[in-house]
Design a protein around this ligand. Structure first.
Ligand SMILES: Nc1ncnc2c1ncn2[C@@H]1O[C@H](COP(=O)(O)OP(=O)(O)O)[C@@H](O)[C@H]1O
Ligand SMILES: [Mg+2]
Length: 355
């Protein structure tokens, strides 16, 4: 087995090649230049050394699947270009009028087992499949998102915990490419469980994640934060960093229990910390359509949340657990399954609501 499953798609190597400036596209130059400069280079903690082929792969056309076939990924312009009226195109610009959306979405529900992690992984993969650049942030000490994307929690040397609490660690040091083209990940493991305690004594403790993710907004279209099953300081950090919230809701009898408290928390963060925070939508998950009960719950959720309920409903299927055991999103594990299609539909709704 390949010991480094990520070697084929090292987006980071493309985004931050050793000597290249980051090109910018439809935006003014300033944000991308800032991003390149803001991302601190860490000297103390090191990620595991990448195998030599990782770099080699980054320069091949396969490593940049969104690029037009035959178009080499531009490292350095072959010759000094004429003074351009517009900035030189980024390698991924070929797919059209590309613009970095920089939308940070917290996937939140204080209940466990409602489909937060599954939705984060598969929505992220579906957005990436449709051409967006996506960063997933595992913000749960259980690290299920990292495991679901094939990482071994014991082998994670630098995690979101270090990003939050070690000022010498920058985003660049923790972002890990996934097996899915266009999809990167900030991993987490049990270290993060200490954060809730350590954060209490930090200055501006609710805003740490926001500060850490700012550079990502100039690079990624979507940053999806997979929240822990609580409304503690970690979730408050996620809500403070986010532009919007997606709430997965399991279609079961007690689905609505706890929603008032969750909405109240979102409201308080809006009031005190992040006035721009929006509830993008509620996604009904694990629907068993054959049971009357499932459909009843769905209609109650629809009555309670109206337009906020995404039209796409995620049905129950064993494929999701199989996919996470395989360490890949369902879009890679069973690309033509109903579950994969549902997350593609959800991604389209998210793109509409986010733009
Ligand atoms: N649509 C679905 N159908 C069947 N099982 C699902 C579905 N979505 C998630 N699961 C499974 O339910 C469990 C909990 O989902 P998860 O996404 O980890 O929830 P959370 O992150 O909210 O705790 C996991 O084992 C996952 O594989
Ligand atoms: Mg989870």
């Amino acid at each position: 087995m390949n010991s480094n499953p990520y070697s084929q798609h090292n987006l980071l190597a493309e985004l931050f090649p050793p000597d290249d400036p980051i090109d910018e596209v439809d935006r003014p130059q300033e944000p991308a230049v800032q991003a390149a400069q803001v991302l601190p280079t860490k000297t103390v903690v090191k990620r595991k050394p990448a195998p030599a082929k990782e770099k080699a792969a980054a320069g091949t056309p396969e490593a940049r699947p969104v690029a037009a076939p035959g178009t080499p990924v531009a490292r350095k312009p072959p010759s000094p270009p004429d003074p351009p009226a517009t900035p030189a195109p980024a390698p991924w610009q070929e797919r059209g009028s590309y613009r970095v959306l920089g939308q940070i979405v917290a996937v939140v529900n204080q209940k466990g087992g409602v489909g937060k992690t599954t939705s984060t992984i598969n929505l992220g993969a579906a957005l990436a499949e449709q051409g967006s650049r996506v960063l997933l942030v595992d913000f749960d000490p259980q690290g299920a998102l990292s495991v679901g994307l094939g990482l071994n929690p014991n082998e994670i040397e630098v995690s979101v915990y270090d990003l939050l609490l070690d000022r010498t660690v920058g985003l660049k040091d923790v972002v890990t490419p996934s097996k899915v083209p266009g999809l990167d990940l900030v991993p987490s493991n049990i270290d993060l469980s200490a954060a809730e305690v350590v954060l209490v004594s930090e200055v501006a403790r609710e805003q740490l994640l926001k500060r850490c993710l700012e550079p990502a907004q100039a690079i990624y279209d979507y940053v999806l934060i997979d929240c822990p099953p609580s409304l503690g300081l970690l979730t408050v950090n996620a809500l403070t960093a986010a532009n919007s919230v997606i709430i997965p809701l399991e279609c079961e009898y007690f689905a609505l229990r706890g929603m008032a408290l969750l909405m109240d928390t979102v409201g308080k963060v809006q009031e005190r910390l992040n006035p721009e925070l929006q509830v993008m939508g509620i996604v009904a998950t694990m629907l068993e359509a054959r049971t009357i009960h499932g459909r009843e719950v769905l209609s109650r959720v629809g009555e309670a949340f109206g337009e906020k309920l995404f039209k796409t409903v995620i049905h129950k299927t064993i494929k999701f657990s199989e996919g996470s055991v395989a360490g890949v999103p369902i879009l890679a594990y069973a690309p033509s399954s109903n579950g994969a299609q549902e997350y593609r539909d959800l991604a389209r709704e998210v793109m509409d609501r986010a733009s």
